[in-house]
Design a protein around this ligand. Sequence first.
Ligand code: SF4
Length: 329
Amino acid sequence: MFDLDLDSAVSWIKNRGYGSVAVQLPEGLKMSALGISDFLSGSAGVAVTVLGDPCYGACDLFSDYRKYADALIHFGHSPIHPQENDEDILFVEVRANPDIDVYLAAVSQKLPQKIGLLATVQYVGLIPNAKKILERDGKTVFVGRGDSRIFHQGQVLGCNFSAAESVNDEVDAFLYIGEGDFHPLAAAFGTDKDVVVFNPLTGDIKSVKEIRDRILRKRFAAIETAKNAETFLVIVCTKTGQDRSALADSVAGKIRERGKKAYILLANEIGPDVLLPYNVDAYVNTACPRIVMDDSAKYKKPMLTVTEAEIVLGLREWERYEFDSITSC
Ligand code: SF4
């Protein structure tokens, strides 16, 4: 179903005369790694090294590739600026192109008048056609332009909903083209509009409002628990697209100003086992925002975003709650 476009990768390798490439794939494509390695080495005569560490997004880009190969091919994600400026990195987006005409025409009448369209990189190619179909049905359609971390118009990342924010005032609701809750939830976190998920493979639609509200209630509970905390571990991630050291320093300073203890922890992979040795009352996460929003139940102590820490410290009202996102500076 997904198009890996390996022929373009072969042409790129040959045109640029590389003798070796490192290949980085997200978890869902790792099963194809050996086949890709065979294809590239067979068709382009290149030595291939498969990178085995987990990869969750372009935020995880393996920037040290020159130690092991002439070039890097990163599959499955679009670049996060300024990654696209490295001429020795090829981003191979994995696109799906199902026929959505009948499905979308069938759900169109259930949507409000003014619609903002969103998608992940796999489905951004469907946005122009979806716009045409909805406009043919009399809808007014908007496709937002995100900040510089967002490569395509209408694209949403799990940590960046700036494309949705840019048209939030114009629309009655968003229609997200894709599967699962992860990316549409980011848009629901960052806007005050309903986000309707349209599955382009089945034609099903559903709202993520209930899930969003449930997560918000859990965030309130975590904040209340953390109000008793005296010691905080402020987490910084070394992944190129997640490193927010300055933000971590800033929140650690605020914690200390309130007479509490703050430690800074630098790590590449954040998980319950990694944090286990550090005996603190609460964590403040500056790495991927979804560690807090989706996975906080895995941690023994309250896991907070920076904004949530500000509420805990009495520096911000709950009414001014903001979901965390990683935006361009
Ligand atoms: S920081 Fe998190 S949500 Fe953002 S791209 Fe990376 S893995 Fe995805």
